[in-house]
Write a protein of this length. Structure first.
Length: 284
């Protein structure tokens, strides 16, 4: 089930103005200069756009060049900024450098780097940052090798069932790990094929108990989940999500126009599906 995302003060055109691709150098330059992240919704909107623009290039991997001159990140925005940035880097970055960070922003980034064990790569000027990026090796030719599949079709078959009387597709992600984009694509290719065979839409009931979506898989997981919902869902309900997974789902729901619909138990999730069914019937 979807919900209209609240309007943001910053337009898509303004976000696009701040994103530039230098194809010859395989660099995506992001201009956060004098930009004020005043909350998680604005962070999510910017990172949603970054993910969309990368997808439009047809290239999965880029070097990231980030201008932090005059950037302000409020305390209420920092968790979203850190989580979305980490996921984007693990999914699409061959190396990231930042430059012109203010003292406060530099401290925030350094604290995050110390906690999450990454190199902040902070430079005082754009030229110094470019020198660093141009010294790094491209990984584009290695991308497909790095993403070997961890699963076979039989691993998915037993995790998907259909209740044709109640129009529910039951998806069991319990104790399943999405390591990277290949795992996501393999599972979602299977789900899309099953829905096409059925030639109809379904309520999605998703068991997330013990499911791990590693940071490098999150961008692709969000993209494929959104596509599947738009194509084949009457409404989606998730249950038994761990705290980390639930937080990531709720962050993306702020700007991507869907309701998180997370419940603690399967019984509660089924009750919500019946409420959705009643809403659809009333709307006819």
């Amino acid at each position: 089930m979807t919900a209209a995302a609240p309007q943001l003060a910053v337009s898509e055109a303004e976000l696009d103005r701040r994103i530039t691709f230098h194809s010859e150098d395989q660099i995506m330059e992001v201009d956060f200069s004098d930009f004020h992240f005043d909350g998680s919704r604005l962070v999510n909107a910017f990172y949603d756009r970054l993910e969309d623009r990368i997808a439009q290039t047809g290239e999965e991997l880029w070097f990231f060049l980030v201008n932090l001159n005059g950037t302000r990140i409020d305390h209420s925005a920092w968790t979203a900024y850190s989580r979305r940035g980490r996921a984007l880097n693990l999914a699409h970055s061959m190396g990231s450098v930042r430059f012109d960070a203010s003292e406060e922003t530099a401290r925030q980034i350094q604290r995050a780097a110390n906690t999450e064990a990454f190199d902040p790569n902070l430079f005082s000027s754009r030229d110094e940052a470019l020198v660093r990026l141009r010294s790094l090796p491209s990984k584009r030719r290695e991308a497909k090798v790095l993403h070997d599949s961890n699963y076979v079709t039989a691993d998915f078959v037993r995790r998907v069932s259909f209740d044709r009387d109640k129009l529910i597709m039951d998806v069991d992600f319990s104790h399943f790990t999405f390591h990277h984009s290949r795992d996501v694509d393999d599972f979602y290719d299977f789900l899309e094929a099953r829905i096409r065979e059925s030639d109809r839409r379904w309520f999605f009931l998703v068991n997330l108990n013990g499911c791990e979506i590693l940071p490098g898989a999150w961008v692709r997981y969000a993209h494929r989940g959104k596509r599947l919902n738009e194509a084949g869902s009457l409404g989606s309900v998730r249950y038994a999500a761990g705290s980390e997974t639930e937080e990531d789902i709720r962050l993306r729901a702020e700007t991507q126009g869907f309701r998180p619909n997370i419940r603690n138990t399967r019984e509660e999730a089924l009750e919500l599906i019946e409420e959705m069914r009643a809403e659809l019937l009333q709307g006819r």
